[in-house]
Design a protein around this ligand. Structure first.
Ligand code: PRP
Length: 209
């Protein structure tokens, strides 16, 4: 049995569709319910719906053998897992954004609001810019509007949240997409099963482009 952590939400549904098309279907998952665990014994798979930012925790600790996590989470938390495949879905970018009239006064530390303090710190240390991190948990775009911060480091997908709040991207840090990850011990003990699954999923990547 392969235990698979799927990210709850729209991305997770796309991910499950890829697994289904790859031959790892589990019909009960489509029945509307509040259940979080679904199993297809014949196919040797058990799926769990978890919060997207928790997938890598389940996989790192072996509660799931594999899972799908955004590259943003992998960069921020550096879980000790194998990254097996770029699924090329859930595409967006990690970017620095600010108010249109933003001017960078490099005489003082830049106030950076973000849900991703590690990614932001690493980026600013790579360009030798002193910063003051303000860790928030959501609605990051409000921070520069209320002068809580000078800039934000956040995910930009369509750009509409920035546009509607009169902010603009000033730098792109890294492109992001969903990655198939594996627990290291599971990969060792279930190598053949996991590799077979990865090959079948690989055949689904970019299938609908
Ligand atoms: C994410 C991100 C941006 C928005 C970007 O927020 O933090 O706010 O999506 O998408 P866009 O470029 O297509 O507008 P999320 O919806 O996860 O909510 P949050 O405010 O709770 O972080």
């Amino acid at each position: 049995m392969i235990n698979i952590a799927l990210p709850k939400g729209r991305l997770g549904e796309k991910v499950y569709a890829m697994f289904e098309a790859a031959g790892y279907e589990c019909p009960s998952i489509k029945e509307a319910s509040r259940k979080l665990i679904f199993e297809n014994e014949a196919k040797g798979v058990r799926y769990f719906w978890v919060k997207p930012s928790d997938v890598s925790i389940y996989v790192e600790r072996g509660a799931a053998d594999i899972g799908v996590a955004g590259k943003d989470i992998l960069l921020e938390y550096s879980p000790d897992v194998y990254e097996l495949l770029d699924l090329d879905i859930g595409k967006c970018r990690m970017a620095v954004a600010a108010k249109k009239e933003f001017y960078d006064d490099n005489q003082r530390a830049l106030k950076v609001a973000t849900k991703f303090p590690n990614i932001a710190s690493k980026y600013y240390s790579s360009i030798c810019r002193e910063i003051d991190i303000i860790k928030l948990n959501g609605s990051i775009e409000i921070a520069p509007i209320l002068s809580l911060s000078d800039v934000i480091v956040d995910i930009v997908e369509t750009g509409s949240t920035l546009r509607e709040n009169n902010l603009e991207v000033i730098d792109t840090i890294v492109p992001i997409s969903a990655r198939l990850i594996a627990n290291k011990a599971s990969f060792k003990f279930k190598t053949a099963d996991i590799e077979r699954l990865v090959e079948s999923i690989k055949a689904q990547v970019n299938r609908n482009d």
